[in-house]
Design a protein around this ligand. Structure first.
Ligand code: NDP
Ligand code: 2IT
Length: 451
């Protein structure tokens, strides 16, 4: 980066931090993008004059609302609901809903900001958004989750719609929650529309939407490895998390011939050197999705595995790492350990799981490293395909959706290579994804004037 670009980033960031104090995750996500884009922006008088980056980093609208509900003891509980509508330059707002006690404005603004670039990379017409609540689904009964979802949607329904804003799942929001949210939306608005994605297969959901994020992450890994004449076959893979993304990343990686040796949750990780095969993954899916249990139970069931409480899986030797749990779950020290243990490829199923220090280490050591906004875009891409099917009032076959998902991931990889290849031939996927995702949004904003 030249001096002018560096100065642009620092001035831009100090204004952003002053306008958005106490929001470290939002600052982190914006800085990464600003650093990738700065050389292009300072070279473009029109981008500078039209303040495109300044506008992209300012949400178009944020809604914050009270979510009161009655628990099973008949007591009133109060949570806070949010929807950050970041950018609608290329389509209706689109992005997931997260239910987790850590949810706050900083986290949702970082996620909505990332989503804008990710959605653009899919080539589908979707703007960027994210929403959620500090509600903690852990330990709640199905009845309590339903009550909460109904109260949350009673307010949210005013702000969303199939041509306005189309939410989906994220951490703590899966098929069960989307069902309750959709039921209440339909009841209040008296319409059966594609306003949420991730719906059940029998009521408007797309085949493969549950699988799409994890599968897409593996398809992206295959493309990256192919640039070095390699593939997932025979590779040892460390995965973090054991939720939606982790489960289907594990399934596809195994189908493609890899040996997945770890899974985790916020309490610890399991290491199974023999590999988590299809039968063991069936057990994990039942444990997590039906009984809502903890990953430590895997080690009670399978003697080949050990459980490591309070630890993350990055100390286990692997060829490929797939962080699939949450933001900032892989720090600089852990990145160095992965490198020292021979890891060659890091593909992010989660959003912003690697800290800036970790990313620096991966890039310094010339690892294949792909950020979430490229590698995990298969989830929202398949949500986009669900929107298309809903508009056409028909359902494609799983094979057709898989083919489109695969093509989209291949295309995103090509865009990253096009915009991210350095003079020495190294592909900087961070730069590639940020520049590739930015172009379409920036051009749309230029065309649409000062809005
Ligand atoms: P789930 O709720 O299904 O699973 C989340 C997993 O991550 C659980 O194993 C959970 O463990 C773990 N986890 C959550 N928070 C933390 C934390 N603070 N520290 C350690 N572990 C944690 O969510 P998803 O699988 O859907 O999402 C995982 C990641 O993928 C997120 O970053 C999400 O934004 C991203 N993503 C999701 C997409 C989707 O389609 N669902 C699409 C693209 C990205 P525990 O049970 O202990 O909380
Ligand atoms: O982070 C993400 O891309 C998601 N949680 C999926 C969003 C969506 O609208 O499918």
């Amino acid at each position: 980066m030249n001096e002018q670009a560096r100065q642009y980033v620092e001035e831009f960031m100090s204004r952003l931090i002053a306008r958005n104090p106490g929001e470290p995750e939002f600052h982190q996500a914006v800085r990464e993008v600003a650093e990738s884009l700065a050389p292009h922006i300072v070279a473009s008088p029109v981008l500078l004059k039209m303040k495109i980056l300044e506008r992209i980093a300012e949400p178009e609208r944020i809604v914050i609302f009270r979510v009161p509900w009655l628990n099973d003891r008949g007591e009133i509980e109060i949570n806070r609901g949010y929807r950050v509508q970041m950018n609608s330059a290329i389509g209706p707002y689109k992005g997931g809903i997260r239910f987790h006690p850590s949810v706050n404005l900083s986290i949702l603004k970082f996620l909505a900001f990332e989503q804008t670039f990710k959605n653009s990379l899919t080539t589908l017409p979707m703007g960027g958004a994210k929403g959620g609540s500090d509600f903690d689904p852990k330990g709640k009964s199905d009845n309590e989750v339903m009550k909460f979802c109904q109260s949350f949607m009673t307010e949210l329904q005013r702000h969303i719609g199939q041509d306005t804003d189309v939410p989906a799942g994220d951490i703590g929001v899966g098929g069960r929650e989307i069902g309750f949210l959709f039921g209440q939306y339909k009841r209040l608005r008296d319409e059966f529309s594609g306003t949420l994605t991730g719906k059940g297969r029998d009521w408007g959901g797309s085949p493969l939407r549950p699988e799409a994020t994890g599968y897409g992450t593996c398809y992206f890994a295959e493309e990256m490895l192919a640039t070095r004449g390699e593939s997932l076959r025979g590779k040892r893979v460390c995965i973090s998390g054991s939720g939606n993304v982790a489960q289907y990343a594990c399934q596809k990686a195994s189908q493609l011939g890899a040996r997945v040796v770890t899974l985790s949750d916020s309490s610890g990780f399991i290491h199974d050197p023999e590999g988590i095969d299809a039968a063991k993954l069936d057990y994990v899916m039942e444990l997590k999705n039906i009984y809502r249990g903890r990953i430590r139970e895997y080690a009670d069931r399978y003697p080949s595995a050990t459980y490591h409480p309070g630890q993350r899986p990055w100390g286990i030797a692997c060829d490929v790492a797939m962080p699939c749990a949450t933001q900032n779950e892989l720090n600089g020290d852990e990145a160095q350990t992965l490198v020292d243990n021979g890891c060659r490829c890091v593909v992010e199923g989660a959003n912003m799981p690697s800290t800036p220090e970790a990313i620096r280490i991966f890039q310094q050591h010339r690892l294949l490293y792909a950020p979430g906004k490229a590698a995990n875009a298969g989830g929202v891409a398949t949500s986009g395909l669900e929107m298309t099917q809903n508009s056409m009032r028909l359902t494609w076959t799983p094979e057709e959706v898989d083919e489109r998902l695969h093509a989209i991931m291949r295309n995103i990889h090509e865009v990253c290579v096009r915009y991210g290849t350095q003079e020495d031939g190294y592909v900087n996927y961070v730069a590639g994804a940020n520049i590739g995702g930015f172009m379409k949004v920036a051009n749309a904003m230029l065309a649409q004037g000062c809005v």
